[in-house]
Structure formats: structure tokens, C-alpha cells
Design a protein around this ligand. Structure first.
Ligand SMILES: NC(=O)c1ccc[n+]([C@@H]2O[C@H](COP(=O)([O-])OP(=O)(O)OC[C@H]3O[C@@H](n4cnc5c(N)ncnc54)[C@H](OP(=O)(O)O)[C@@H]3O)[C@@H](O)[C@H]2O)c1
Length: 335
């Protein structure tokens, strides 16, 4: 038996979900029959992402099986394995790949996972730091790699949703890579924190979240966008010749109303990243780079640990927009 959160959706359409911190036996942790489960992990840390908060509310778009152990990030040690790549004692992590959505995730003491999706936890990071980075840091790294594949390795970059988890890691990673970072935020009172992460300039999100013209003054070589909507449309109109925007999130809106002008007159590109379905070689590459480019001090600035028992109330806070940065979740007692 192991302690973990379990979300059971109501059979009635639109009915409330039952959420409980319960003792889970092996049957309750087993993955659905169509998904691999050749590695059992003793989970030490997970985290609380927006998707996890939606799962706690019983959102059927995230909690795709019922009952479900939520938690899209899993960090821990292999307890047993029949997968050729992993043996008991290996430190491993997982971001997405269905965890906490279509199969049981990290908010429990044990997880039964598919060895083909696991990444070795870089030795430079503790389990707490690996969970603090989690999907947000991993996705920020994917955004940097997407720009590099597009041959954009320096210049002026805009990061939106800067005080969010993804935004914070994007600022730190882009500054470290040599970009000059402008951070856009709705919480100007935290500008000093964004400068500490590596932002040279902090702007109010109102500068972007407005009706924009098809082409505006050219300000940025690249954009890492976590909010979508009008901010992304304005950012596209402000990209320099040959620039690129990476669409990572939709914290403001999933809509994007733009024109073809930035694309056909300035040759800009709109790139996308999806951390959930990333192939294993890309996962491994991203975590290798995180290990060299991200100081644990930065993780401590962005992520705050909470105990497992607080995950449900923290999820409600997150949905209400009252959480800044990121929450990592300790499965055992908080150190
Ligand atoms: N593509 C992927 O694989 C992937 C992976 C992880 C997350 N995501 C998505 O990326 C987004 C950010 O994730 P996160 O973990 O960083 O979330 P988060 O910690 O909740 O941060 C989101 C940030 O967006 C800004 N924001 C919130 N509401 C806004 C609004 N109405 N208008 C403009 N800005 C607003 C806020 O920043 P300021 O207060 O600084 O303005 C907030 O801190 C989410 O949409 C998430 O679903 C995508």
C-alpha cells in the first residue's frame, strides 16, 4: 500500500469528481491495459502544474481515466524493472507522456511507468530540484532548443507570462544562452525577481495584450510565449526579419488572430512545442542541457515545496491564479 491522491469522476455528465488522499494497492496503481508498465518507481517528488489543478477539479480533458492518480511530473528511484534500460536503484524522472492524464502519475508514493519514456535524473540535480524544474523547466528548454534548430541563438527575446513557472525558466535559460531578455508580466511588483532570473527589461503585459497592427516596430529576434491570444499576435507583429516565436501556452487565451503579413513580409516563423508527446531523444537532450545550463539556485527561486497533503488546496489556489512561480510536491515528509 502507498499513500496517494485519487480522483474519481462522477458517472453523471458534468457531475463533481471525488478527490481523496487514500491508501492505494498495486491494482489501483496499474496502468491501463493498452499502456506499458515495466518499471515500478518509488516516487520521491512530483509537482503541481496547471494541468494537475484541472485534474483535481475532475476536468475530463485532463483526467482521462477514472479513477486517476494525478501528477504529470514523476521523480524517484526504480524499485523494480523488466525494462532493459533500467535496474533497481536508478534515479529517474518523467514529464508528461500521459502520466496524470491517461495513466496514473506522480502524486502517490509509487508509480508503474513505461521504461521507454523515462529519463535518468541528471546527477547535478536532487530529486527535489528535478521536480522543481519539472514540466515547466523542461518545456522552457524545449523552446530554447526549438529556436536553436531555427538557427536563432542570440539577440533580443521576449518572454510572456514571465512570473509563471515556464516563463521564469525561459528567462533564466535564454539569459544563460546569451540572449537579451525582455520579460512581460501582469505583476510589475515582482519585476526585481524577474531581473534576478536574468531579464534585462521588464514590461507590463498591457503593452502586448491589446489590438495590434499587422506590422509594428521591429523589437525582437525571438519570442517565447506562454499566454497566447492578443499578446502573441502583438509579439508576432514586433518580430524582426527572420525572427521566430515559440508558442508554448495559452494562459490568457487559446485564440490567435493575426495576419499573414509578419510571415510574408518579415519571413518570421511560428514554432510549437508539446512537452507531453516529445520523443525520448529530445527529452534526453533537453535534460542534458538543463543539467549544464540551469543552476539549482534558479530552481530554488522559482519553485516552492509543499507536502503531498496540501496538493488539493494548492490546486484550487493555482486555478484561482493565486500561485506565483511553481510548486514542487514532496511525497514523503518535507526535508
Ligand atoms: N506546450 C507545453 O508542452 C506546455 C508545458 C507546460 C505548460 N504549458 C502551458 O504554458 C502556460 C504557462 O504554464 P506555467 O506552468 O508557466 O503556468 P503558470 O505558472 O500558471 O504561469 C502562467 C503565467 O501567465 C500569465 N497569465 C496568467 N493569466 C494571464 C492572462 N489572463 N493574460 C496574460 N497573462 C496571463 C501570468 O504571468 P504574469 O503574472 O507574469 O503576467 C502567469 O504567471 C499554460 O498555458 C500551460 O498550460 C504548455
Amino acid at each position: 500500500m502507498t499513500l496517494g491522491w485519487q480522483i474519481t469522476r462522477s458517472a453523471a455528465e458534468g457531475g463533481d469528481a471525488t478527490v481523496a488522499l487514500v491508501d492505494l494497492d498495486d491494482d489501483a496503481l496499474h496502468p491501463p491495459a493498452d499502456q506499458g508498465g515495466d518499471v515500478t518507481v518509488d516516487v520521491t517528488w512530483s509537482s503541481l502544474n496547471y494541468k494537475d489543478a484541472l485534474a483535481f477539479s475532475g476536468n475530463p480533458g485532463v483526467a482521462r481515466i477514472s479513477p486517476l492518480v494525478p501528477g504529470i511530473d514523476v521523480v524517484g528511484t526504480v524499485a523494480a524493472s523488466t525494462h532493459a534500460a533500467w535496474v533497481a536503484g536508478d534515479r529517474v524522472l518523467l514529464n508528461g507522456a500521459g502520466a496524470g492524464e491517461t495513466r496514473h502519475g506522480g502524486l502517490a508514493g509509487r508509480a508503474v511507468l513505461d521504461g521507454d519514456t523515462l529519463v535518468a535524473t541528471p546527477p547535478v540535480f536532487t530529486d527535489a530540484h528535478a521536480a522543481g524544474i519539472g514540466t515547466a523547466g523542461f518545456t522552457a528548454m524545449l523552446a530554447v532548443l526549438a529556436l536553436e534548430r531555427h538557427a536563432i541563438t542570440e539577440g533580443d527575446v521576449l518572454v510572456t507570462g514571465a512570473s509563471g513557472g515556464l516563463g521564469g525558466f525561459a528567462i533564466a535559460l535564454l539569459a544563460r544562452a546569451g540572449f537579451t531578455v525582455t520579460a512581460s508580466t501582469g505583476r510589475a511588483e515582482h519585476a526585481a525577481d524577474l531581473h534576478e532570473l536574468g531579464a534585462s527589461t521588464v514590461i507590463d503585459r498591457g503593452e502586448l495584450d491589446r489590438e495590434s497592427r499587422p506590422l509594428e516596430s521591429q523589437r525582437f529576434d525571438a519570442v517565447v510565449d506562454t499566454v497566447g491570444g492578443r499578446s502573441l499576435a502583438t509579439a508576432l507583429a514586433q518580430l524582426r526579419q527572420g525572427g521566430a516565436a515559440v508558442a508554448c501556452g495559452n494562459a490568457a487565451s487559446a485564440a490567435l488572430e493575426t495576419t499573414v503579413m509578419p510571415f510574408i513580409l518579415r519571413g518570421v516563423a511560428l514554432l510549437g512545442v508539446n512537452s507531453t508527446v516529445s520523443a525520448l531523444p529530445l527529452r534526453q537532450q533537453a535534460w542534458r542541457r538543463l543539467a549544464t545550463d540551469l543552476d539549482a539556485v534558479i530552481v530554488d527561486r522559482i519553485a516552492r515545496p509543499i507536502p503531498l497533503a496540501e496538493a488539493r488546496s494548492a490546486a484550487a489556489e493555482l486555478l484561482a491564479g493565486r500561485v506565483r512561480g511553481r510548486l514542487s510536491v514532496s511525497i514523503g515528509d518535507l526535508p
